[in-house]
Design a protein around this ligand. Structure first.
Ligand SMILES: CC(C)(COP(=O)(O)OP(=O)(O)OC[C@H]1O[C@@H](n2cnc3c(N)ncnc32)[C@H](O)[C@@H]1OP(=O)(O)O)[C@@H](O)C(=O)NCCC(=O)NCCS
Length: 132
């Protein structure tokens, strides 16, 4: 493998990133279709409690959905052999309101992962950076 080949760069890069953008109406449809089972499959109890505390709870959940997708993308670069499930990724805000990531049931050394999310009316966006 040459030193500059894409495969080698992927293996040796010290950070990996992922991004996701989501229309809230699309997420709403998924919630209507999948109901409680969908919400339980995707979100942890504390994420659902966080959303329930806010008037725009659906928007908050959509933002967390996008954040999980962004983490899945970043982690697929860190460790392509182990797929991350949405419910393994938990987004919890700290006391200043900053989102933090916990990766549950990960079989290897946990990477540090940072996320940032934003929501505006009908669109949410999130990005994640994983540090090896
Ligand atoms: C905090 C702030 C960045 C949020 O930006 P916004 O345009 O109002 O809203 P956005 O939709 O873009 O972002 C909202 C998300 O930002 C994240 N967020 C909130 N506070 C944050 C912080 N201090 N740092 C990083 N991210 C933060 C949260 O994930 C939030 O979504 P959530 O509550 O659903 O988890 C904004 O209120 C701001 O610039 N405040 C001025 C600085 C400030 O007062 N900071 C407070 C900490 S000292």
């Amino acid at each position: 493998m040459s030193p500059s080949s894409p495969r080698r760069r992927l293996r040796t890069a010290s950070v990996a990133c992922g991004i996701d953008v989501l229309r809230v109406s699309r997420f709403h449809q998924a919630v209507k279709r999948g109901g409680e089972a969908f919400l339980r499959r995707v979100f942890t109890d504390s994420e659902r409690r966080y959303a329930a505390r806010h008037q725009n709870g659906l928007l908050r959940l959509a933002a967390r959905f996008a954040a999980k997708e962004a983490v899945v993308k970043a982690m697929s670069q860190v460790d392509p052999a182990h797929a991350v499930m949405m419910r393994q990724v938990e987004i919890v805000n700290d006391r200043l309101g900053r989102p933090t990531v916990t990766l549950h049931e990960w079989p290897r050394k946990l990477p540090r992962i940072e996320v940032s999310l934003s929501h505006e009316d009908q669109v949410v966006v999130a990005c994640a950076i994983a540090f090896r």
